[in-house]
Design a protein around this ligand. Structure first.
Ligand code: FES
Length: 150
């Protein structure tokens, strides 16, 4: 096993620890790469296709490397009523990516999430955990431009 995935050794090699192993990978790398699948499969004595099968079953696992700026767009009830589908459309148009995708430069990624816990500011999104509320198109573009400069 490559040094990179040696942290798996803290788990036993019993397959019942597979999910835990994948969670560890995602925690350390931010996603589960093809290389990680190979390493995990070899570690648990499984075929890579079996590990991929498990990954597709659980929505918690990301297969695409997240961007440097991870945008979470809220689509909870309050945000939905206040127009979050429109926010999502504007974001997709601005960045050229959809929910669950990362742009070609590896700069932005978008994920649609349930309530971010600040419904009074609806519609809301966060970038790397920083919350932006009362969004309209103008504010959205202003926020994106701030991150484009970084
Ligand atoms: S519904 Fe969007 S923050 Fe609660």
């Amino acid at each position: 096993m490559s040094e990179e995935f040696s942290f798996l050794k803290e788990l036993g090699t019993d397959r019942s620890s597979l999910i835990k192993g994948l969670q560890l990978v995602q925690q350390k790398e931010g996603y589960v790469s093809d290389e990680a699948i190979e390493a995990v499969a070899a570690y648990f004595g499984m075929a890579p296709a079996e590990v991929e099968g498990v990954l597709t079953f659980y929505a918690q696992f990301k297969r695409i490397k997240p961007g440097r700026f991870q945008i979470s767009v809220c689509d909870g009830t309050a945000c939905h009523i206040k127009g979050s589908p429109q926010i999502q459309q504007w974001l997709e148009a601005e960045l050229g990516i959809k929910d669950g995708e990362t742009d070609a430069e590896g700069r932005f990624s978008i994920q649609v999430v349930a309530c971010l816990g600040c419904c009074s500011l609806a519609p809301v999104m966060s970038v790397n955990g920083k919350v932006y509320g009362n969004l309209d198109r103008k504010k959205l573009v202003r926020v994106l431009n701030e991150y484009r400069k970084m």
